[in-house]
Design a protein around this ligand. Structure first.
Ligand SMILES: [Zn+2]
Length: 148
């Protein structure tokens, strides 16, 4: 069983490189393992296999930002807050452009126009409330600029 999982990981680049997951993907671009007791997210399975059990309530983060990477050297267990902080830090340094699909932005503005409150919008599009606030503010500025 373990070999079957390991065959889905490509460690050819060596310990310093990313080890891409070769199997199918799930959700937002993560590797998907066949059903197993640890869970189907490939990087979580990898962490558990190479490093040890994931502490309860912790998430496994990618230090390399490559969601398909299964190199245990690139994985770190942290809290959800650590994970968000990590993402924010990277955004701030500009090497990890924030992804906001046009459709989502459109949806946010649509809901906003229907006077749906930000909290509810955030829930619907899966963003943090503050992100929704900022996107609405930014969209407003663009509009204002366009009208000038
Ligand atoms: Zn990696």
């Amino acid at each position: 069983m373990t070999n079957r999982f390991l065959s889905l990981i490509d460690p050819e680049g060596g310990p310093a490189s990313c080890w891409p997951f070769l199997g199918s993907k799930m959700g937002p671009g993560y590797g998907q393992m066949p059903p197993n007791p640890v869970g189907r997210l490939a990087h979580r399975w990898t962490y558990n296999h190479f490093i040890g059990p994931i502490p309860k309530g912790m998430v496994v983060m990618h230090l390399c930002d490559n969601r398909l990477c299964c190199n245990p050297h690139h994985l770190k267990a942290g809290t959800q807050q650590d994970n968000l902080k990590d993402m924010n830090d990277k955004n701030r340094h500009g090497n990890h452009p924030r992804k906001c699909t046009k459709e989502k932005l459109k949806r946010i503005l649509e809901l906003k126009n229907q006077n749906v409150n930000v909290e509810e919008i955030a829930k619907q599009v899966g963003y943090h409330k503050r992100t929704v606030f900022r996107l609405i503010a930014e969209a407003g500025q663009h509009k204002a600029k366009a009208l000038k």
